[in-house]
Design a protein around this ligand. Structure first.
Ligand code: PLP
Length: 381
């Protein structure tokens, strides 16, 4: 079986597993304790923070450790909205964000915030001009993803950040960087981002670990009540082994980013070419998109049927994003891109990782051809 669902989760890197196992066995002190065990755990945490910060070119004190990007996104969005509500209650995002951003905005909307949901074009993109046109005197936050987790579309984050800093410097800019880090250059501070979320398990780190970059000077209302860990922004004992694992995974991903992008772009282009030549399949990803994601629709077919047929043929892909895969609803992202219901309900995502080879992709291509040949008689017309 070949796994092509790296955008959902990745196999932890052996070096990451090794270092986490060592720490779990030997360094179980609480990093807040003042005895030797605590001090050693604290040192590990300090080094992990410095490592994560270096991988995205920010200061260690700007890193807040979390349980993953869902928590980072919630903290960034609700924490900023609550903290700065006296300035205004207008917040901006798009209709194609990850569920953790989308639902945070929905909740704020229910609590009385005014949300602008920016429309995307047929490639799933917003322009910097659209963002600037939506800014009002009571706008406090813009939240956008770097790379879309379903289609791989890349938002012009650097351009938007630069214009916000110049033309609306009081508006905070949050970037969900989960699907971009390790695949594209990631320089949140240089882009002008004030808040930037990452998750470890998308980059061969462990599940349940993430971070939020909070630019110096930006304040947030914490969402958890408790101890004063993470500069008072995230109460709860830090998960030292997982966070050390994340730091290791981030270092490896940052070091290999350029090579990763080059190798996977070649493989991705081959997959796109094959899909493009099969009648009845519709490509939803573009060559200008992220190097690791190919999304296509099989409008005549239920996505689950296509997925299970591919699985029987030896390859694992995904329907929509992992967190929406079990939902029977058509993809919110594809509908926002103007696709019809049949396209939005028949979406499949192939996502690549650093271990994939040309032979793996040849197997995938063969499986896609066979899947379509097998399912042709069952297509709804
Ligand atoms: N944001 C994006 C773009 C994602 O792809 C994901 C994961 O699916 C998340 C946020 C949530 O990350 P986590 O699984 O760490 O909560």
């Amino acid at each position: 079986m070949k796994y092509f669902d790296y955008a959902a989760s990745t196999p932890p890197h052996p070096d990451v597993v090794r270092i986490m196992a060592e720490i779990m066995e030997a360094q179980y002190g609480n990093p807040s304790s003042i005895h030797g065990y605590g001090e050693r755990a604290h040192q590990l945490l300090r080094r992990a923070r410095a490592g994560c910060a270096a991988a995205i070119d920010v200061k260690p004190e700007e890193i807040v450790f979390t349980s993953g990007a869902t928590e980072s996104n919630n903290l960034a969005i609700k924490g900023a909205a609550l903290r700065y509500q006296s300035r205004g209650k207008h917040i901006i995002t798009t209709a194609t964000e990850h569920a953790s951003v989308y639902e945070s905005f929905m909740q704020l909307q229910q609590w009385g915030w005014d949300v602008t949901w920016l429309p995307v074009d047929s490639d799933g993109l917003v322009s910097a001009q659209q963002v600037m046109d939506a800014i009002r005197s009571d706008t406090v936050l813009v939240s956008l993803m770097h790379v879309n987790n379903e289609t791989g579309a890349i938002h012009p984050i650097a351009e938007i950040g630069a214009r916000l800093k110049k033309e609306a410097p009081k508006v905070l800019f949050h970037v969900d960087g989960v699907q971009g880090f390790g695949k594209l250059e990631a320089k949140p501070a240089e882009w002008g981002a004030d808040l930037y979320s990452l998750s470890a398990h998308k980059i061969r780190g462990p599940k349940g670990a993430g971070l939020l970059y909070v630019r110096s000077g930006v304040e947030l209302t914490p969402l958890l009540s408790g101890g004063s860990q993470e500069q008072g922004l995230r109460a709860g004992t830090e998960n030292v082994p997982l966070l050390v694992g994340m730091a290791k995974a981030m270092r490896l991903a940052a070091e290999r980013q350029a090579d990763f992008a080059q190798r996977t772009t070649i493989l991705r282009d081959r997959i796109m070419q094959v899909i493009d030549t099969i009648p009845g399949l519709v490509l939803n990803s573009r060559k200008e998109g992220a190097p690791h994601i190919v999304h296509f629709s099989y409008p005549g077919m239920k996505a689950e049927v296509a997925l299970h047929t591919l699985e029987q043929l030896g390859v694992t892909v995904s329907t929509q994003s992992a967190c929406s895969s079990r939902s029977a609803e058509p993809s919110r992202v594809l509908l926002a891109m103007g696709r019809d219901n049949a396209c939005a309900a028949g979406g499949l995502r192939i996502s690549l990782g650093d271990e994939h080879t040309e032979e793996d992709v040849a197997l995938l291509e063969q499986a896609i051809h066979q899947m379509v040949a097998q399912l042709r008689p069952l297509e709804r017309r």
